[in-house]
Design a protein around this ligand. Structure first.
Ligand code: UDP
Ligand code: GLC
Length: 384
């Protein structure tokens, strides 16, 4: 099957990392078209997936854009759309992985007469997107897509609530290559030593630095946790959230936590770093569409605490395979941190159970098989 994947980002966010796993089985016959250049291109190349940057001109639509701004950017898209139309003729289907890719893919699908699949990685709710953005996404999907793959039931429900056609949707969770999440004790001890974490109870936060990812909630909770607890914040501001980064550094200073918080920036050794933690915290203040880091923590056999909203609630069963706390409640989070700090044997048992169930639910081979079945069905339907 020849697939033209489209993604607007040059940077490796969760949707992009998920796309690498989806594209891999098609690597000999697919192309990933990007609307920006960056380290995501390198990652695709390292995985031997053919990639082409289709434009380097920034598309000026933000998550909160108005209709006028949205329409204004349409003209800017014309050269890109005609390029995608030409490319699409060499492929069996177009697979849009982000919202701007959906808009371009929708028009390209119409002109090239190739079916369109939209992989929805977002919660199309007012807390995440302007009404205009939601309308554009839903209209393009309803009118042009033959299949919408939602990354969780929460994303699917928000799509339908925003006016999306439920008959188009299927829920497929992210898949993970299980062997990537096994670290050797020697390497784990070494990295703890290198980072000066020996003898500490380490809470890890793995996410791009952005207000809705809620790193500030963890810092606030840390101030209410035992003094032997340290936090590592892994991730960078991928989409220009510099002000928030400054705010986090200031918060650490104001609370006198300089010796207990380490900012590690963007890293490519997530499984090893997670394995070096005693607890992984997910603290999004708005509903998380899926939450790859939650599953990754489970696969690394580390206890995980997540903010109780969106996709996270489909991944974590409180007290069974992790903990759920109310979003933006640092005191609740501090209580869980303290419990995990005091009852490490009990939480280790829970983490062990979480690893076993997550390995079954999120194995990339099974998830890719689910996608293959959907795409084959779609091609059969559209060609008849
Ligand atoms: N990640 C990474 N390096 C970092 C921080 C995060 O590779 O420094 C990865 C992380 O392991 C996860 C992804 O980025 O796979 C983030 O995905 P998630 O679904 O948690 O959130 P998103 O950023 O996509 O909203
Ligand atoms: C998006 C979402 C995240 C999800 C990822 C992969 O980036 O924000 O929650 O895990 O896509 O589907």
């Amino acid at each position: 099957m020849k697939i033209l994947f489209l993604d607007q980002s040059g940077k490796p966010g969760g949707a992009e990392l998920c796309l690498i796993d989806i594209a891999k089985p098609y690597k000999d016959s697919c192309l990933v078209g990007l609307f920006a250049d960056g380290s995501f291109r390198n990652l695709l190349e390292q995985n031997h997936i053919r990639v082409q940057v289709l434009t380097t001109q920034a598309i000026q639509v933000r998550k909160e854009s108005s209709l006028a701004q949205g329409l204004g950017s349409l003209g800017q898209l014309i050269p890109l759309i005609s390029k995608v139309v030409q490319k699409a003729k060499e492929f069996d289907l177009i697979y849009a992985n982000t919202q701007k890719a959906l808009v371009v893919g929708a028009l390209a699908s119409f002109f090239s007469r190739r079916p369109l699949v939209y992989h929805l990685h977002d919660i199309l709710s007012p807390e995440h997107f302007s009404q205009t953005n939601r309308r554009i996404a839903v209209t393009c999907a309803n009118r042009f897509a033959s299949l919408v793959i939602a990354n969780s039931q929460a994303s699917q429900a928000a799509f339908v609530a925003a006016g999306g056609r439920s008959d188009l949707t299927e829920v497929v969770y992210n898949g993970f290559d299980l062997k990537n999440y096994q670290s050797h004790e020697f390497d784990v001890n070494k990295i703890r030593q290198e980072l000066g974490l020996e003898g500490q109870f380490v809470v890890g936060h793995f996410s791009r630095l952005a207000p809705w990812k809620g790193q500030h909630v963890l810092i606030e909770a840390l101030a209410q946790s035992p003094v032997d607890v340290t936090a590592i914040l892994v991730g960078d501001a991928l989409f220009g959230e510099q002000e928030y980064v400054q705010h986090l550094h200031q918060q650490v200073k104001t609370l006198g936590l300089e010796n207990r918080v380490k900012f590690l920036g963007f890293r490519s050794d997530i499984p090893l770093l997670m394995s070096a933690c005693d607890l992984v915290a997910h603290t999004s203040t708005a509903a998380e569409p899926f939450g790859r880091v939650i599953v990754e923590a489970m696969l690394c056999k580390r206890p995980v605490v997540a903010a109780k909203a969106g996709g996270a609630m489909e991944l974590v069963e409180n007290g069974i395979n992790g903990f759920l706390v109310t979003p933006e409640k640092p005191d609740e989070l501090a209580q869980v941190i303290t419990t995990c700090f005091k009852e490490q044997q009990k939480t280790a048992t829970m983490a062990h159970h979480a690893q076993m169930t997550a390995s079954q639910r999120f194995d990339v081979t099974a998830i890719n098989q689910q996608i293959a079945v959907l795409l084959n069905k779609l091609l059969l339907k559209t060609s008849s």
